[in-house]
Design a protein around this ligand. Structure first.
Ligand SMILES: Cc1ncc(COP(=O)(O)O)c(C=O)c1O
Length: 388
């Protein structure tokens, strides 16, 4: 990982901060573009994973589109110069002003997640004298075999419209004159490592498309979402996710003729490019014998371990000790759950040592908060660092 190589330079920078490996980001983008071009698949970057301006400017160079989950994300994409016709927008609770903005910008697709939303988009489009391009986000009822906190396509999930509800409302949907249903959208969850799950998703998509087209819909695109997982356990083994395998599965199992096939990758594009760098503040041991390593980052910089119980590999990148000890790594926030990991093995650590919390490029800085009046974390980019 980059942080180990540049540890001496990092010592000069005030912690905590995110370190982004720009070479790795570029290699990842080259891989996703190269592999997707083989099948003419369309890729969108899920901006929620990380909305950093510099990273977005690099992502834009590779000609991919953007997937958004709020009106402000749509605005950010457009302000950063992404073509609105490459922007898709999903979300269970779009506000009227967000829908109006998306309509005004004439983005590629507003992916609607309820029958009521379809009616609202139709009504707002009518008021604006527009016809909206819309995708039906279908809940396919698939277990993606990932952390339950980040699955999105099971029957009881808040995301998407149930297939049955669509079938019950075919006439109503087709009566909406100011929307153009251009495709279906499915996103079953995030951090999916068992790729056979995507076979299941493709089979469901085939059946949904076939049935709905037999009922009079005519789709030009199928958006199968994101979800490709990364290797949090040993990131060094797999710095670039296996886009080729996922595309090969979709190629084999998705049978939707010549419709455009779209993907929305977040974590797999930026996840491995970022590390959170923090300093050790204090060592202490609880009365129960828990050895705590208190660092100057917390859930306000990276909330995933506290929110989802997610694992991030942590390494002391500056200790010169040969000895390893067991530590529970905790942050500065005033919450007992502010724990990065329990009882992990690290080189013997002392005040001032730097820890790298790896694979933190996605859903790290974009989920940061100012709780306890913490400052939002800064970013350091490898290309700027190395040329100094
Ligand atoms: C609709 C939608 N598309 C794409 C993504 C990106 O997922 P991932 O980062 O797992 O690729 C998400 C993540 O929550 C999502 O909700």
């Amino acid at each position: 990982m980059l942080s180990r190589k540049v540890a001496s330079q990092l010592k000069e920078i005030e912690t905590p901060f995110y370190l982004y490996d720009i070479n790795l980001l570029r290699q990842t983008l080259e891989s996703v573009v190269y592999e997707s071009n083989k099948y003419n698949y369309k890729v969108h970057y899920a901006i929620k994973a990380n909305n950093d301006d510099y990273l977005l400017s690099i992502i834009k160079e590779y000609g991919i589109g953007i997937d958004c989950a709020s009106g402000n994300e749509v605005r950010k994409a457009i302000e950063m110069g992404f073509d609105p016709k490459t922007v898709v927008y999903a979300g269970v609770g779009k506000k009227d002003k967000e829908i109006r903005y998306a309509l005004e910008q004439e983005i590629l697709a507003i992916n609607c997640e309820s029958i009521e939303e379809l009616q609202v988009v139709d009504a707002l489009a009518a008021q604006m004298g527009k016809k909206a391009d819309v995708g039906l986000r279908v809940n396919p009822d698939i277990d993606p075999k990932t952390n339950h906190c980040i699955d999105t396509g099971q029957a009881d999930s808040k995301f998407g419209i149930s297939y049955d509800e669509i079938l019950e409302n075919v006439e109503l949907i087709q009566s909406l004159k100011n929307i153009n249903i251009i495709g279906i959208h499915i996103h079953i969850g995030s951090q999916i490592r068992e790729l056979h799950v995507f076979e299941n998703m493709c089979n469901k998509a085939n059946a949904i498309v076939e049935k709905l087209e037999s009922l009079g819909f005519s789709f030009r695109m199928v958006d199968v979402g994101g979800g490709l997982g990364i290797n949090y356990d040993v990131p060094e083994n797999e710095p670039i996710p296996n886009f080729a395998s996922l595309f090969a599965i979709v190629r084999e199992y998705l049978n939707v003729g010549d419709k455009e096939v779209h993907f929305e990758f977040g974590r797999s594009i930026v996840g491995e490019c970022g590390e959170l760098i923090a300093s050790v503040l204090f060592n202490k041991t609880t009365a129960t014998g828990r050895r705590l390593l208190i660092i100057d980052a917390s859930m306000t910089e990276l909330i995933r371990p506290m929110l989802y119980g997610s694992y991030h590999n942590i390494e002391n990148i500056t200790s010169e000790e040969e000895v390893f000890k067991k530590y529970t790594v905790v942050g500065t926030a005033c919450e007992s759950t502010d724990v990065f990991d329990e009882n992990i093995s690290l080189k013997k650590s002392k005040r001032g040592d730097l820890l790298a919390i790896k694979s933190a490029g996605a859903y790290g800085r974009s989920m940061a908060s100012e709780y306890n009046m913490h400052e939002l974390p800064k970013a350091v980019y490898s290309d700027q660092l190395l040329t100094k």
